[in-house]
Design a protein around this ligand. Structure first.
Ligand code: UDP
Length: 323
C-alpha cells in the first residue's frame, strides 16, 4: 500500500484530499496543528486502519516513521481574514514548513506536491492569468505574508528539484469552494451563504465589480490528483475560468437561498485583487483536466452542506469584517 502524508489535513482542501486518497487505496498520514483546520472534517476517517492523524505544527521538525511515497503540503491559513490575524504563522508555514517537508521528501525519496495559489499573481495586470505571468504583489501589504510565503515556497521547491533532483509538483490553486469551508473564515462563499441563512444583509466589499472565478472542490481535487501523477514539474493553474463579479455573485446567492436579502457595501480591503481568472490551457494540455461542475450545481451542493447547521451554529459563526 502506497503511503502519503497530507499536511493541513483537517482543513477544507486537505480533508477532501484525505477522502480521495483513502478511496484510491492509499495509506494516509494526516497532519495538522488545528489552528485553522477542524478535526470534524476528518473524524469519519479515524476508524480506518489505513488512516493516521498526527497533531503537529510543520514549522517544527517533521518526523514520520517508515517509508513515505508522496507528500501533499496543504498546511496554511488560506483566507485573508485568517492570515491578517496570524501573519507570522502564515509566513512560517509557507517558508519554514515547506523547508521541513522538502527535507522530509528528500530523506524518504518521496514525491512532493505543494499547494501554491493564485495569490502569487497578486493584483494581476495580465488577464486571465497564465503561468508565465510573474505577478504584481505588494511585499509589505496585508496579503504579503501569504503571497510572499507562497512565492518563496515555489522558489525553494524548484531549488530542491534542481539541486537535489527531488520530484516536485506545484499547483497554483484559484478560489475553490464547497462543503467543509469554515462558515466564518471570511471568504466570500461561506460569508454570503452564512449571511443569507442568518437573514442578514450580504456585505459586498468595494463596488463589487471585482471578479473571481470559483472552482468546485471535487474538480480541484481531481486536478491536484492528476498533477501529482503527471511528469510536469512547473507550476500549473488549477481553477475554474468561469468569472463573475462579486456583485453578480451576491445576487446569485440571494436567488439560490431564496431569501430576498439586501446587499450592503463596505470598504474594499487593501490590495484586494480587482480581477482573477485562471488560464487553464496548461492544465488541459498536460493533465487533460478541466472543471466539470458549474457554479449553479456546485453552489447548490455547498448550500445543502451549510443548511445542515443548527441555528445556534449559524449564529455563533457571525460575520467577520476586516475593519
Ligand atoms: N468579499 C466581499 N464580501 C465578503 C467577503 C469577501 O465582497 O463578505 C469579496 C472580497 O473583497 C474579494 C472577494 O469577495 O474581492 C473574494 O474574497 P475571498 O476572501 O473569498 O478571497 P480572495 O479571492 O480575495 O482571496
Amino acid at each position: 500500500m502506497k503511503k502519503i502524508l497530507i499536511t493541513g489535513a483537517a482543513g477544507f482542501l486537505g480533508s477532501h484530499l484525505c477522502d480521495r486518497f483513502i478511496a484510491e487505496g492509499f495509506h494516509v498520514i494526516a497532519m495538522d496543528n488545528l489552528i485553522t483546520g477542524d478535526i470534524k472534517n476528518i473524524e469519519h476517517l479515524f476508524k480506518l486502519q489505513q488512516f493516521e492523524f498526527y497533531h503537529h505544527d510543520v514549522t517544527k521538525f517533521v518526523h514520520v516513521p517508515g517509508e513515505l511515497d508522496y507528500i501533499l503540503h496543504f498546511a496554511s491559513p488560506a483566507s485573508p481574514i485568517d492570515y491578517l490575524k496570524i501573519p507570522i504563522q502564515t509566513l512560517k508555514v509557507g517558508s519554514l514548513g515547506t523547508h521541513n517537508l522538502l527535507g522530509l521528501a528528500k530523506e524518504k525519496k518521496a514525491r512532493i506536491l505543494i499547494a501554491s495559489t493564485s495569490e502569487i499573481y497578486g493584483d494581476p495586470l495580465v488577464h486571465p492569468q497564465n503561468e508565465e505571468y510573474y505577478g504584481n504583489v505588494s511585499t509589505i501589504g496585508p496579503r504579503g505574508v501569504y503571497d510572499e510565503a507562497k512565492r518563496f515556497q515555489e522558489s525553494i521547491t524548484m531549488a530542491y528539484h534542481t539541486y537535489h533532483g527531488l520530484e516536485t509538483r506545484i499547483a497554483r490553486i484559484f478560489n475553490t469552494y464547497g462543503p467543509r469551508m469554515r462558515l466564518n473564515d471570511g471568504r466570500v462563499v461561506p460569508a454570503f451563504i452564512g449571511q443569507a441563512l442568518r437573514g442578514e444583509d450580504l456585505t459586498i466589499f468595494g463596488d463589487g465589480l471585482q471578479t473571481r472565478s470559483f472552482c468546485y472542490v471535487d474538480d480541484q481535487v481531481e486536478g491536484i490528483y492528476k498533477l501529482l501523477f503527471s511528469d510536469y514539474i512547473y507550476p500549473v493553474n488549477i481553477g475554474n475560468p468561469d468569472e463573475i463579479t462579486i456583485k453578480d455573485f451576491a445576487e446569485e446567492i440571494v436567488k439560490l437561498t431564496d431569501t430576498n436579502q439586501k446587499v450592503v457595501y463596505k470598504p474594499l480591503p487593501i490590495d484586494d485583487p480587482m480581477q482573477r481568472q485562471p488560464d487553464i490551457t496548461k492544465a488541459k494540455e498536460v493533465l487533460d483536466w478541466e472543471p466539470k461542475i458549474d457554479r449553479s450545481q456546485g453552489m447548490r451542493l455547498t448550500l445543502n452542506y451549510f443548511k445542515e447547521f443548527s441555528k445556534e451554529e449559524l449564529q455563533k459563526s457571525e460575520h467577520r469584517d476586516f475593519m
